[in-house]
Design a protein around this ligand. Sequence first.
Ligand code: MLT
Length: 411
Amino acid sequence: MAHINDHYLKLEAGYLFPEIGRRVRAYQDANPDAPVIRLGIGDVTLPLAPAIVAALHDAVEDMSRAEDFKGYGPGQGYPFLVEAILEHDFRSRGVELEADEVFVSDGSKQDSGNIQEVFGTDCSVLVTDPVYPVYVDTNVMAGRTGEADGAGYYEGIQYLPADEANGFVPPPPEGRVDLAYLCSPNNPTGSAMTREQLTAWVEWARRSDAVILFDAAYDAFISDPALPRSIYEIPGAKECAIEMRSFSKRAGFTGMRCAYTIVPKELRGRAGNGEEVSIHSLWSRRQATKFNEVPYIIQRGAAAVYSQEGQTQTAEQVAYYMENARRVREGLSAAGFTVFAGVHAPYIWLRTPDGLSSWDFFDLLLDKTHVVGTPGSGFGPAGEGYFRISAFNSRENVNEAIARIEQTFRS
Ligand code: MLT
């Protein structure tokens, strides 16, 4: 028998969202008439914007004509998409990047999970806690950790609590680590880093020779123009940060799959022989070996997000979800919950009532209101006692969910 990767055996239970799905299915089997409303996984519900649909149709037509047909793509993304990304997501905010620093991919989940491969297995890792589980689990799989302790902390990972005291944005640590994962706007807490907070992290990373893996998958939901959307808005970040962005939430691409990662050429790491090595060249080599470009049709759809109509239509969709978030936030407050966020992110983070554990509250909410949320403890030990509600659903379902919660919990 082949020897398996033993590190997988260190992983706690199943991946969070399939586990929630399993519990909801079990509940529905036992209660087939319960009108369940899903505000758990952050999955978009609005159909694709018309500008995107039109671009997809055109791209399909291209594929039907010999002269326009496309096989393998150019490698890191078609120039029409890369140029639109550079212009709208970066130049418009004063950030200059080179075209080949953009790596178009099929998802930020994939990129934030795979990026650790280009770093040594002896690298030390820091996460904020609670955290998007992909960062932790992929480092466990790669063998960068020991076992998890009783509370769920893996040996070898440094956890920085993101709590009410620090507004869910912890400052950088005292000591040094090699790799630090940051997510802003944050999944799951919904907090967004200010320019000053992000600057402190960039300065810390430069001082201590750390690499920040910056997940900005929710940047489109930032409602305050003064907040940074890209880490490269902070001087010096190109020397210490990799950034991941996604079309999933901003343009309804969770089922289409398109994202991108920026690996600046200034970013260096050290080889075992002491030589400095370009991280960009390593990621480029990794992608060339293991990845074959997002389909042309999908990239055409993504490029349409930046057309004038596309920008207007996707901004309307973001505003629709953020209006849902406002209703959830205010409805839960009115029902007596202590709520956070939902202003710069499509997630509302709340304290569970009466000191209930996150999973106990998950069961109670499902049973009493048939509303599905996500237990905070699924995102890490510091999420225990908290709960996440997603704003991704129809207005009708969100209104109904809030009404049920208010009716059940209002004291
Ligand atoms: C979430 O609900 O946290 C997200 O949908 C997960 C993801 O984007 O992979």
